[in-house]
Design a protein around this ligand. Structure first.
Ligand code: JEH
Length: 228
């Protein structure tokens, strides 16, 4: 997979080199290129923003640098993702859809956002998705793109070392996870639930499922299956 990122903060994405995805990049499974939007400006001050038509607070990103950045990155078949509070909510299902693509372009807005014509223009040459990381306000698209790339990247075959952990996920039932424990069996007076050291695999599976149901009912009742 090829990923292009357009941003006014290219240094923000330096951590991609050291994370889990760094190895996938070294192996050639994932090719990530980060572009500084200011490199597509032509004025002395490399201006990317201007005042909003119709008035209002803050600044809006000018369309011209974005047009050139998209011309330099988008190709036939690309998916262009604009992180936006006004977008569809990012989910594991969307991560799976994006992981099946050959080429993603992420456009990171800042300030009050990007001139709407950029999104409209991109829609004439590519499939555009406006996607929200969640229902809270960020200062720009970069953190959302980082989260999306991490979620998408680990679904690309060969990126995660342990295929079993992805396989286990694909059999998930949409419940929250059960609690995990490791050694020692007693730590600061707190013990590991005895069933986990019983060796009874049926009892362990039943206990874990009960934990999932109890935790989900308490914290995320919206995820509860209707028959429990
Ligand atoms: C934020 C892209 C580009 C901040 C405030 C306003 C809210 C009322 N989950 C997410 N949250 N925020 C973003 C995101 C994603 N993905 C996100 C961005 C950009 C994504 C610039 N910003 C910063 C920003 C203005 N207020 C937005 N409104 C109605 C809820 C009030 C206005 C715009 C842009």
């Amino acid at each position: 997979m090829r990923i292009d990122i357009v941003t006014i903060f290219p240094e923000f994405f330096g951590v991609l080199d050291v994370s889990l995805l760094g190895r996938a990049r070294e192996k050639g499974i994932l090719d990530v290129a980060v572009h500084d939007l200011r490199d597509f400006t032509h004025d002395r001050h490399r201006t990317v923003d201007d005042t909003p038509y119709g008035g209002g607070a803050g600044m809006v990103m000018r369309p011209e640098p974005w047009g050139e950045a998209l011309d330099a990155t988008v190709r036939p078949g690309s998916i262009v993702v604009f992180p936006s509070q006004a977008g569809e909510r990012f989910t594991q299902a969307i991560a799976r859809e994006l992981a099946a693509e050959q080429h993603l372009v992420f456009g990171c807005g800042r300030y009050e956002g990007i001139d709407q014509r950029v999104i409209d223009y991109a829609s004439t040459t590519a499939t555009v998705r406006e996607i929200s990381l969640g229902d809270y306000v960020l200062n720009g698209g970069e953190v959302a793109v980082m989260a999306m790339i991490e979620a998408v990247g680990r679904l690309i075959p060969g990126v995660i070392g342990n295929a079993a952990s992805l396989d286990e996920e694909s059999h998930e039932d949409g419940l929250l996870e059960y609690p995990s424990y490791t050694k020692p069996a007693e730590w600061r007076g707190l013990v590991v639930p005895p069933v986990l050291v019983s060796g009874n695999h049926g009892a362990i599976a039943a206990w874990r499922h009960e934990q999932q149901l109890a935790r989900t009912r308490l914290v995320r009742p919206d995820l509860m299956p209707s028959d429990s």
